[in-house]
Ligand binder design. Structure first.
Ligand code: ATP
Ligand code: MG
Length: 171
């Protein structure tokens, strides 16, 4: 087994979740075992439908509504904690080579889960597991412990001229 590293895809530009699913597709193509845990997501995204077809396991924890960072609901906190628990089970099961924790950075920054718990996961994970953490606002302590950090920076986004989310492109 090769050594696994920790990636962080953060920043305010588009492409973090889709980059992670692109990596998942590459990995499964080469026979790696891949699982994705999504925080704060409860809708059927195109990438989730496609990933499942390719044999990538995807576990979603979230409602259909947005989480209000100023006053998250009890259910938002519960689901985020269920998600980190599932992530821990998956990582320590040794059944997966690549584990993607989608929007986990946002869950930490909104205070739904503790940064400490994610640091523990990074520090105690089995050597071979490659871990990917996506989402805006990655906490500094996480960035410090990652081996690869990419910031998607918005230079232009058509949202600014009124283009709203489109099926197959944004979801
Ligand atoms: P994608 O899922 O397209 O890879 P992302 O994961 O980088 O994007 P998030 O920060 O998770 O983006 O944002 C969630 C939603 O907002 C997605 O539908 C995404 O396409 C869209 N989005 C991303 N960046 C921007 C932006 N700068 N302005 C407006 N909407 C954005
Ligand atoms: Mg995303």
């Amino acid at each position: 087994m090769l050594r696994g590293y920790v990636h962080v895809y953060t920043g305010n530009g588009k492409g973090k979740t889709t980059a992670a699913f692109g990596l998942a597709m590459r990995a499964v193509g080469q026979g790696l075992r891949v699982a994705v845990v999504q925080f704060m997501k409860g809708i059927e995204y195109g990438e989730v439908i496609a990933a499942k077809r390719l044999g990538i396991e995807v576990y979603q924890f979230g409602t259909k509504e947005f989480v209000d960072p100023k006053s998250p609901r009890e259910i938002d906190i519960k689901l985020a904690n269920d998600a980190i628990k599932k992530a821990e089970e998956i990582v320590f099961s040794r059944k997966y080579d690549l584990v993607i924790l989608d929007e986990i950075n946002v869950a930490m920054s909104f205070g739904l889960i503790s940064v400490k718990r994610v640091i523990d996961l990074i520090e105690k994970k089995p050597e071979n597991v490659e871990l990917v953490l996506t989402g805006r606002y990655a906490p500094e302590e996480i960035v410090e412990r990652a081996d690869l950090v990419t910031e998607m920076r918005e230079i232009k986004h058509y949202f600014r001229v009124g283009v709203t989310a489109r099926k197959g492109i944004e979801f």
